[in-house]
Write a protein that binds this ligand. Sequence first.
Ligand SMILES: C[S@@+](CC[C@H](N)C(=O)[O-])C[C@H]1O[C@@H](n2cnc3c(N)ncnc32)[C@H](O)[C@@H]1O
Length: 256
Amino acid sequence: MANWSAGQYLKFEDERTRPPRDLLAQVPLQQPRLAVDLGCGPGNSTALLVERYPQAEIVGLDSSADMLEKARERVPQCKFIAADIATWTPLPRTDLVFANAALHWIPDHPLMMRRLVEALPAGGVLAVQMPDNTREPALVLQREVAASGPWANDPQIKAAARADLPSPETYYDLLRPVCAQLDIWHTVYHHVMPTPQAIVEWFKGSSLQPFLSPLDAAAREEFLAAYTEKIVGSYRPRVDGKVLLRFPRLFIVAVR
Ligand SMILES: C[S@@+](CC[C@H](N)C(=O)[O-])C[C@H]1O[C@@H](n2cnc3c(N)ncnc32)[C@H](O)[C@@H]1O
């Protein structure tokens, strides 16, 4: 498991909190009894749940101590638990399982999503957003750097790249038999970044972590320098000197 840092993740808080807002806007629940924020991170998505459902019991779950500490400071009225999403099961009164930018890290997550939906009460909702950006230059270049440096044969580096997400049809066929309603869509964001280097900073808070965590400090610097050079070559300045980070994301709202 990568070493998640709340500080690094929150450098782009506004941009990172827009997808969970867009996801929550499509959740067809008025008054959930218990809502659980899986992979709550520093509590940015949990705070959205509190804002929309002030009467609900809201619980955040994460495996990172650093993230949980920030989340507890930020949303002290909620309960936060350290646990592994992969082995977690909802309590019977759980009306909403919200998982923004978290499930794509879990092996076999499509089957896990089906198990989660099956465990919900009738009308309960599983709402999921996952980055669908493995074919974007920023992630392709991570794999290129990983395959070409002195670390190329390190088994942890070889295993660091995330697999492509399955197709919407795959999720539909798996989830539809256990759902009353199923809504699947993509949104492509074009985040305005001040410089290409900011794109490197962005991914240091997410998909670069599995590549950087196994390396010592010197190798980490070398990896980042090689990656930055490639990013500068791929993300060209726009009319105002800024660069656009194209970021496709997959959304799924499944109602039991
Ligand atoms: C990209 S952050 C998402 C944070 C927040 N939900 C948001 O909307 O911005 C992903 C979070 O999932 C957590 N995570 C990843 N794998 C996990 C697992 N197996 N069990 C629990 N938490 C996990 C990480 O620690 C991290 O805080």
